[in-house]
Design a protein around this ligand. Structure first.
Ligand SMILES: [Zn+2]
Length: 255
């Protein structure tokens, strides 16, 4: 008795090919195998060569579909595949995970760069929506563990970037505090200025500290010291000025 490998039809006089197929099955099975193998090879080629993630993923799905189509023929020894279709499917799954992880990694790095360019905490967080969309879109390829890992990476980066922003804000306020202190000191020095060289040097030093911190020098340095000076120097004339005001009054008073 002869039995067809594929349809299990049997008979004493059944003609079988060297693959063990009856005449009915031969053409059909062969054409199915040829078609599936061609589509598989073309899909694998694009999966490897293409730069387009979505195309690669869709081709990887087709490849898996064709490997599943070929599996029964493989199991009956009608088609040879190396590695086995099951092994091949596993490798494609891991390739899918790999390329999607790479893609999410790129989105993540771009988002971190863009976040760093913003000085707004909400904007810094919002930048990562792109990554979140990517995780959502490709979740079937990533698997739960990877999706979770990326999600927590986003949260860590967001936390870090916002913290970083707070730190630089604190630095700024420290700088402002220092500026306030220097300006206060400067104002005191100017008020107490008695014209000594040490005082001039000390004032110059504080002024430099202020400008080095990017602060504006309180305007009335010259005016203040001038007016202090003029008060000190020109006291007699100021007094005479007073007299000048008073004298006419006295004159008008006497006349
Ligand atoms: Zn058959």
């Amino acid at each position: 008795m002869r039995t067809c490998q594929w349809c299990s039809k049997s008979g004493w006089f059944l003609k079988l090919t060297k693959d063990g197929l009856c005449p009915t099955c031969e053409a059909d099975v062969k054409s199915r195998i040829i078609h599936a193998t061609q589509v598989l090879n073309e899909s694998m080629r694009l999966l490897k060569k293409s730069k387009d993630l979505d195309l690669r993923l869709s081709k990887s799905k087709v490849a898996i579909e064709k490997l599943r189509d070929l599996l029964p023929y493989f199991q009956k020894g009608l088609v040879r595949l190396k590695p086995s279709p099951q092994e091949w499917v596993m490798r494609i799954h891991s390739e899918q995970r790999k390329i999607v992880n790479q893609h999410i990694g790129t989105l993540m790095n771009d988002s971190i760069k863009r976040a760093q360019q913003s000085t707004n905490a909400a904007q810094r967080s919002a930048v990562f929506e792109v990554v979140q969309d990517g995780i959502h879109k490709y979740s079937e390829y990533l698997g739960k563990a990877n999706a979770k890992r990326w999600q927590s990476k986003i949260e860590i980066e967001q936390g870090y970037l916002v913290k970083d922003l707070e730190n630089s804000a604190n630095k700024k306020s420290e700088r402002d505090i220092a500026l306030d202190q220097y300006k206060e000191t400067l104002a005191m020095m100017r008020a107490e200025f008695a014209g000594s060289r040490e005082q001039v040097l000390e004032i110059r030093r504080i002024e430099k500290l202020i400008t080095d911190l990017g602060g504006q020098l309180p305007e009335p340095l010259k005016k203040e010291s001038d007016s202090n000076k003029s008060n000190a120097d020109k006291e007699p004339s100021a007094a005479s000025h007073k007299h000048q005001i008073i004298i006419p009054q006295k004159k008008t008073g006497t006349s």
